[in-house]
Every structure is written in C-alpha cells, then in structure tokens.
Write a protein that binds this ligand. Sequence first.
Ligand SMILES: CC(C)(COP(=O)(O)OP(=O)(O)OC[C@H]1O[C@@H](n2cnc3c(N)ncnc32)[C@H](O)[C@@H]1OP(=O)(O)O)[C@@H](O)C(=O)NCCC(=O)NCCS
Length: 190
Amino acid sequence: MIGRVPGGRMGRDQGGGQFDGDRSRRCRLCQSASGVVSLVLADSVEDGALVGFVLPFGPEEAKTYWQGVIRSVAEGERLLLVATVKGEIAGTVQLYLSPEPNAPHRAEIFKLLVHRKFQKQGVGMSLMMAAEMEAKRLNRSLLLLDTVLGGGAERLYRRLQWREIGTVPHHFVDPYGNPKSSVYFMKHLV
Ligand SMILES: CC(C)(COP(=O)(O)OP(=O)(O)OC[C@H]1O[C@@H](n2cnc3c(N)ncnc32)[C@H](O)[C@@H]1OP(=O)(O)O)[C@@H](O)C(=O)NCCC(=O)NCCS
C-alpha cells in the first residue's frame, strides 16, 4: 500500500491523501514516518546504494536528513510517498515540485529507497507509479531524475518508459568512496 505523508502549509495543502487531518496529527504522522524512513535510508547506504551519502553513516545523519525532508514536505515543496507491506514501512520516494516560476510543469524524483527485506517484490515499481500519478494530479507533466549508471534502479526506470538524457562520468562516489557515473532520465506524462 502506498500513502502520502501529509504536507502543505495550512490552507495550501496539496489536496487529499489518506494521512490528511488536523495540523498536530499531521505533524505526529510526519515525525513517526521520518523515524522509520531513516531506517530505510540507513539500510540503503549500508548496502552501498548511491543515494547521496558516504560511510560512516549513522542514525543522527539520517535523522537530520529526514527532518529537512519533513520541513520541505510541510512547506509544500515536495511530496513524500511511503510504501507499507503488512503495516511495515518498506520503501519511500519523493516528488520535488520545482519551485521556479518558469517551471510550474516540472518535478524531480528523489531518493527512491526500498529496504533490502522488501526488495524484488515490486515495491520500487509501485512507488514510482504512485509518484507519477501524484505528479499528474498536480499537473507536473515533465519529470526528471538521475541514478547510478548500471544499477537496478536504471532498469526499473527503463521498464517504466523513462527516456535517457545522457550520462555523467564520475558524477559522484559510492558510500565507500569509489567513483561512479550517473545516467539522467526524463519522462513526459501525457
Ligand atoms: C532500486 C530499488 C529502489 C528497486 O526497488 P525494488 O522494490 O526491489 O524494485 P522492484 O521490485 O519493483 O524491481 C526490482 C527487480 O525485482 C523484480 N521483481 C519485481 N517483483 C518481483 C517478484 N514478485 N518476484 C521476483 N522478482 C520481482 C523486478 O523485475 C526487478 O528485476 P531486475 O532487478 O532484474 O530489473 C531498490 O533496489 C533500492 O532501494 N536500492 C537501493 C537504493 C537505490 O539505489 N535507489 C535508487 C536511487 S536513484
């Protein structure tokens, strides 16, 4: 099951979603979601995933990162989707709504993460499909993302008909400091 962590300034909510409610309830839900998604992030970094962090990576760094995400969600800058399997948080993805006045139609996909325990069961695919549906609902018709060249996520995006824009050699290093290249993708939602 995919749910959206509540967000949006008071009176400017992004509209609907199973978690919506009064502000204090929404904040509590945000905080509890951030605790669990921290574990998913830590699991990915420990597994060597290229998701913006290097080892050593501890719970404090994960918490700081998610607190920033939760603030951004509360401000209405991005959506945070969370996948649950039998009540357990299995994965997450973010849809960042490009704020530039000349890009009201654009959004970016950040941090598609599925805990190792739940990988290869279709959770990643479901999260991406949900993110695309949310983008469509918000009239964001152009989506962008980048990922490590040759990784599992690249196959997933290609399966979902994302179009390659190009590659960047030595774009970043993996959690162990090894150089890695990235591939950029775009998708027009019709
Ligand atoms: C990349 C990632 C998000 C994929 O998540 P996932 O939930 O495993 O994705 P899916 O299950 O939808 O698809 C993954 C594979 O499982 C297969 N699969 C899906 N359902 C399956 C099932 N029921 N039984 C067997 N295999 C299955 C898919 O065909 C796919 O195969 P492939 O690896 O040969 O292409 C996950 O591996 C991850 O979090 N990695 C670390 C973080 C990361 O790199 N994120 C990307 C940032 S851009």
